[in-house]
Write a protein that binds this ligand. Sequence first.
Ligand SMILES: Cc1cc2nc3c(=O)[nH]c(=O)nc-3n(C[C@H](O)[C@H](O)[C@H](O)COP(=O)(O)OP(=O)(O)OC[C@H]3O[C@@H](n4cnc5c(N)ncnc54)[C@H](O)[C@@H]3O)c2cc1C
Length: 394
Amino acid sequence: MNDLTCLIIGGGHAGLAALQAIMETTRGMANGRRIRFVLLDKQPGHVRKVLLFRPAVSGEEIMIPWTHWFPEGVEFVQGTVTSVDSGEKRIRYTNAQENEARIHYDLLVVAVGSIVRRPDPDQGGIALTDPQVAAHIRERWRANLQKAADERNLKERKRLMTIAVAGAGISGIETSAELILAMREEASRLGLNSSDICVYLLNAQERLFPEGPEKVGRKLDRTLSEIGVTVVHNRKVIREEAGVVTFSNGDRLAVGLCIWAIGLIPNPALRSMGLPLTPEGQVLVDECYRVKGAPGVYSIGDCARIVDPRTGKADQMTCKEGGMQADRLGKIVLADLEGRPAPVHKSYKDLFCIGLGENRGLVWTRQWGLDMIITGKLGWKARKLGWDLASRLR
Ligand SMILES: Cc1cc2nc3c(=O)[nH]c(=O)nc-3n(C[C@H](O)[C@H](O)[C@H](O)COP(=O)(O)OP(=O)(O)OC[C@H]3O[C@@H](n4cnc5c(N)ncnc54)[C@H](O)[C@@H]3O)c2cc1C
């Protein structure tokens, strides 16, 4: 029998895990057929998206070469997929040299994820969208502190030492917590008073962490305030212009930099790929992640609308959920190849890990109707473990 080609588009948290899971369950063979694995991604390596704030804070490298996980047995192609022709079973992509190319597949996993939501261009500020922008953010706040060290005007110095993070979801919380610690360290190094550093976390909602109970939101508030972050609730940012943030109620705040952290949207490139989508732009799949009307095509992660058939609950855009989907997809693909009934999607329990700067973290989960909360150093250890598990580094 002929070899099969299993093509994974997107080596983010879900695609990487899917490739590992499918390789493991099929172990290169399915009904006597060998499987050739190809990973196609527009990046030259896996971007640890959950750590996107790190290059903005410390300059940490968050891209890892594919060969770290797959020293052999996988072909890597760098390119941007433009369309999927499910009738002909091939995809079109633009390769790293900007040439059009095609690849035939027998099995296809679409895991092109999401992008960080951007405000309108006239709203100013900088959205934390990718590692390059993150590095630019770091340059900006460091340059501001450098200027502040020579600034005699107290008001201007204060402005240069102030940052606003607009958007208080988990990434806004983690960004502001790590930023204040890094900025204070840099301020001390420059001979500035580190307690003059101000990081505002601007929340359009009533409280932090609407995904869980109020007491967890309060704990987060308390820890952030202990490390010096000023959390402002019920304040919607309209724009940042010339160093002034304007709120919907007309209030204003002078800042050296405004960082937007306003969530994720499904990858807009999906709109022209030719796959069936929800109105919000996620790929339509069945309870086994099979794309509707496209034999041999599966989709998981942030780019797919995945619903638990028992409860009707849709998975959120998180790598914890993407990772669980990937593990199940390995078993589904094998079952489909062998013509057996495949496992069906089941949503994962509520579990959140939040980093609050070195040695501070918070984990919340609900078990048997009870809230379980871990904080402090243990919470931080769990948070670090979560980051590593998301990129299959443990
Ligand atoms: C700052 C931040 C913090 C976060 N923190 C957490 C957290 O603490 N916990 C949590 O569970 N989730 C967190 N998330 C969400 C989490 O990052 C996503 O749920 C996760 O990245 C989804 O994985 P994915 O593989 O589906 O998509 P992505 O990680 O978006 O990966 C998509 C991959 O597809 C590639 N790609 C895209 N388009 C194309 C194309 N046309 N052709 C070829 N390749 C393409 C990309 O290069 C990328 O490698 C965070 C997100 C951000 C931005």
